[in-house]
Structure formats: structure tokens, C-alpha cells
Ligand binder design. Structure first.
Ligand SMILES: CSC[C@@H](O)[C@@H](O)C(=O)COP(=O)(O)O
Ligand SMILES: [Zn+2]
Length: 204
């Protein structure tokens, strides 16, 4: 499923906000979520709302250019969501989380990516059927100008073996999937692998 009704998207987005906040991955109004709609538009979280306390009214509609269709103010990062829907027609949902572990990794590690290798959890990512693989989680620099972030990440998304996630340094994690369940799985799997690597280092 790559698109859904607005009402179903609202329900799914409210629920995913509660889940991410419960994990500690959506503090202090951070994060934003979206879904592709049947009518060609997109459901996205209203800017500035606490994502663990969303109501259906905190989920709004935008067109493919990000213009508000109901007078509300869309997420400041709507352009990053729309870029993913444009690049991948089979993407149905995009999630953005702000976990301390993922952000800590992005600050501690220099360079343009972080390699994840050998984890059984890699099989939670779409298209991966073995632990015996190395993937790169791209890291791009943060900017308040979404066009700058989008330009930095665009070529990385199309690399061979690219995974459906990236980190913005000192900011947070983006993950996506064909539907909300797959996007949740991607975020949860990446977060888990980052936490596992942190645990591994602490044991050494
Ligand atoms: C402390 S709020 C973090 C924001 O600046 C931003 O990064 C974010 O994730 C939420 O912005 P929003 O406009 O509510 O979608
Ligand atoms: Zn953010």
C-alpha cells in the first residue's frame, strides 16, 4: 500500500507520534510524520505540535509542492518528506525522529556515513535477507534551509545498496517505507542497531 485516505492517515500519524514519544524519540515538539494520500496530496503533521500529544486536527493536508490545503502551517521539514515521495513513487510514509542516541552518533562520528554490519536486525530493512552485509547510514550536515539538506542527501538516496534512512547531523533520523508499518520498522531497526553499537562500545 503506498497511499491511503486522509482519515486513515490521521489515525496512523497520531498513533505513531504516541509510539515515538513513548520511546523518547520525539521530545519537545521535535519530529514530523507524513503519509501519501489517495488523492495525490499528502498528510503531514502541523508544525510545532508535541508529537506525543497529537490529535487528528494536528495532521493536515498539503499538495505535492507543500502548499497548505487547509490553512494550517505544515511541518518546517515538509520539503524533505516531499522529496522522498518524489524520488520513490512506492514510498507511502515518512517518519523523522530525534533520539538522543542517533543524534549522539551523528555528532561523535566524522564523515558522511556510519557503517552497520553483521547485525541480524539488518533483515528488518526492506530487501535485506541476511545479517552478512554492510550498509551505510548516510549522514548529512544540518541546515535550517531544507533545500540545502535535500540537495546534500539526494545523490546518496540513489546509490547502489542505499537503505531507506539517513541522519542529519546534530538533528535527527529520517526513515521511510511503503506504508506506516514499514516506516516504523525502519526507524525502530536503525535506532536499535545504533543502541546496540553504543552498548558494544561500552563493554569494551
Ligand atoms: C525542537 S523542535 C525541532 C524542530 O526544529 C524540527 O527539527 C522538528 O523536527 C519539528 O519541526 P516541525 O515544524 O514541528 O515539524
Ligand atoms: Zn527535526
Amino acid at each position: 500500500m503506498t497511499s491511503t485516505s486522509f482519515e486513515a492517515a490521521r489515525t496512523a500519524i497520531v498513533a505513531v507520534g504516541r509510539w515515538l514519544d513513548g520511546k523518547g524519540w520525539a521530545p519537545a515538539t521535535s519530529g514530523n510524520y507524513s503519509a501519501r494520500l489517495d488523492d495525490g496530496g499528502f498528510a503531514v503533521t502541523v508544525s510545532g505540535r508535541h508529537k506525543g500529544r497529537l490529535t487528528p486536527d494536528d495532521v493536515m493536508r498539503v499538495d505535492a509542492d507543500g502548499a497548505s490545503l487547509d490553512g494550517k502551517k505544515p511541518s518546517a521539514e515538509t520539503a524533505l518528506h516531499l522529496a522522498l515521495y518524489r524520488a520513490f513513487p512506492d514510498v507511502g510514509a515518512v517518519l523523522h525522529s530525534h533520539s538522543p542516541t542517533a543524534v549522539g552518533l551523528s555528532r561523535a562520528v566524522a564523515g558522511e556515513g556510519y557503517r552497520l554490519a553483521g547485525h541480524e536486525m539488518l533483515k528488518a530493512l526492506p530487501g535485506i535477507a541476511t545479517h552478512d552485509i554492510t550498509v551505510t547510514l548516510p549522514i548529512v550536515e544540518n541546515s535550517q534551509d531544507m533545500a540545502v539538506v535535500e540537495t546534500a542527501i539526494a545523490p546518496r538516496l540513489l546509490e547502489s545498496g542505499a537503505i531507506p534512512a539517513y541522519l542529519i547531523r546534530s538533528h535527527g533520523l529520517y526513515g521511510w517505507g511503503c506504508d506506516m508499518a514499514e516506516a516504523e520498522r525502519v526507524i525502530e531497526a536503525i535506532e536499535w542497531m545504533i543502541a546496540a553499537e553504543l552498548a558494544e562500545r561500552s563493554f569494551r
